[in-house]
Design a protein around this ligand. Structure first.
Ligand code: PHE
Length: 443
């Protein structure tokens, strides 16, 4: 058997994991969910969930990957026997579901980028709406989806070091730099404070008890961290003993949260400064594709440059995430069927394209896929992971972390949180989310 690939360096792994975490979820998802009315309550809940629940689960996902050295499909079985194979299947099905519609969103982003470069921005709201209608339907949406999948496939077929690590090392720092520049620029707009205040800082305590706000915060935390569905298992299976996983988890979560906040500090001032609050309050997944270009369109050349930078960075962020989604089925097929990487990439990419066609052709399907695969399943996976490493194979957690010399107090703390805090809190989030989702669908 060929030796399993390994990351070239500690930072290679951290940047790849952060690259997976940072994506359209931070740029579109955060702004979209923050604008749904939760305000500061949403923001606080989201940060609290990341700190208290997601960090221990993130470490446990990394432990599962590194200690088994297996793909997400086989890791649970190799750790605790065949009874756990459904968890392995969940880890393959959920990334396939997300990957299918994620490529559609990438296609929209690419279309908007190309349009801003070659044709400029829409001059008013109705032009922007017409443009969004054209990119989100018909054959152009399938083309955008296909191109995005092909680019993803090229990177993944170049392997863990030569493809995934190389792109992440380049892409993540560029993306961070661009975001900082744009956030500074947005801070000079006239509606800046109004934007921050309206969407991020307004505290309405009753929102803490609003099921939709709770669901949004849980979904945003898990989706944005690519948590609960085996992505981090796949990436960590290429690690050696040197990495101190709690430290890596903190780095990944910090980068991810910082990017979400920075993105909000760009989008909300633009929305406020150009009087587009109404557009955004009727929020759908497509809102930012309409409101951002409209707002920036009134700024002439500066607006066009900002739009190009923003959509380019969004696309870079999206690719470093979609490669992680593809790596899960690819590594699972390689592991289970013994196929070579190229063949596994080819088949998985084809599958993602076909599975994504319904979302490409129907916005309603896309929204539903996002709620189930990008929401409920991740939270469910997070719950299973905390039970698995906290209760079923707790020794694995201790031994793996002791092996990399992580501080024993940190280890005790994480284990405590994983066993006693994460399961009930995530179970609560899961129940509230499922009930809220069905209520929304039936109303
Ligand atoms: N975290 C990525 C984002 O924020 C999306 C993603 C979710 C990737 C789940 C992998 C798994 O866009």
């Amino acid at each position: 058997m060929a030796l399993r690939e390994q990351w070239r360096s500690r930072w290679g792994f951290v940047l790849a994991a952060a690259g997976s975490a940072v994506g359209l979820g931070n740029l579109w998802g955060f702004a979209y969910r923050a604008s749904e009315g939760g305000g500061a309550a949403f923001l606080l809940l989201y940060i609290l969930i990341v700190l208290v629940v997601c960090l221990p689960v993130l470490v446990s996902e990394m432990v599962l990957g590194r200690s088994t050295g297996s793909s997400p499909l086989l890791a649970p079985v190799n750790a605790a026997g065949p009874r756990w194979s459904p968890m392995g299947w969940l880890f393959v099905i959920a990334p396939l579901g997300i990957g299918s519609y994620y490529a559609v969103l990438m296609g929209w982003t690419l279309d908007t980028l190309i349009h801003s470069i070659f044709f400029g921005l829409p001059s008013n709201l109705s032009e922007a709406e017409t443009f969004f209608g054209s990119i989100s339907s018909g054959s152009s949406v399938l083309l955008g989806q296909l191109i995005s999948l092909l680019l993803t496939a090229i990177v993944v077929s170049a392997g863990v070091r030569g493809g995934i690590e190389r792109l992440s090392r380049l892409g993540v720092p560029i993306l961070f730099g661009l975001l900082l520049i744009l956030a500074l620029w947005a801070a000079t707009l006239s509606g800046t404070w109004e934007g921050y205040r309206t969407f991020l800082l307004k505290l309405d305590a009753s929102q803490f008890f609003n099921p939709s706000t709770i669901r949004n915060a849980f979904t945003q935390a898990f989706f944005s961290l690519s948590l609960g569905i085996g992505i981090m298992v796949a990436y960590s299976s290429y690690l050696d003993k040197k990495n101190q996983l709690p430290k890596e988890a903190v780095s990944v979560a910090s980068i991810d949260t910082a990017v979400g906040l920075l993105a909000g500090m760009i989008t909300f001032p633009i929305v406020m400064s150009f009087g587009l609050k109404e557009v955004i309050s009727g929020s759908t997944v497509g809102t930012l594709f309409i409101s951002l270009p409209t707002g920036l369109g009134t700024l002439g050349l500066t607006g066009r440059v900002v739009a190009i930078l923003f959509f380019a960075l969004a696309y870079i962020a999206a690719i470093t995430s979609s490669i992680s989604l593809l790596e899960v089925p690819v590594s699972s097929i390689m592991d289970r069927l013994g196929w070579g990487r190229s063949k596994a990439v080819f088949v998985s990419t084809g599958l993602l394209f076909v599975l994504g066609i319904p979302s490409a052709l129907n916005l309603d399907v896309l929204g539903k896929m996002d709620s189930i695969f990008g929401g409920v399943l991740l939270i469910l996976g997070g719950f299973l992971l905390s039970i698995f490493l906290g209760w079923v194979v707790p020794n694995r957690f201790d031994e793996d972390l002791a092996g990399c010399n992580s501080n024993h107090r940190v280890r005790r703390y994480l284990k405590f949180m994983l066993r006693w805090v994460s399961p009930p809190v995530i179970a609560f989030g899961l129940i509230v989310s499922v009930v809220d989702l069905f209520q929304n669908w039936s109303s």
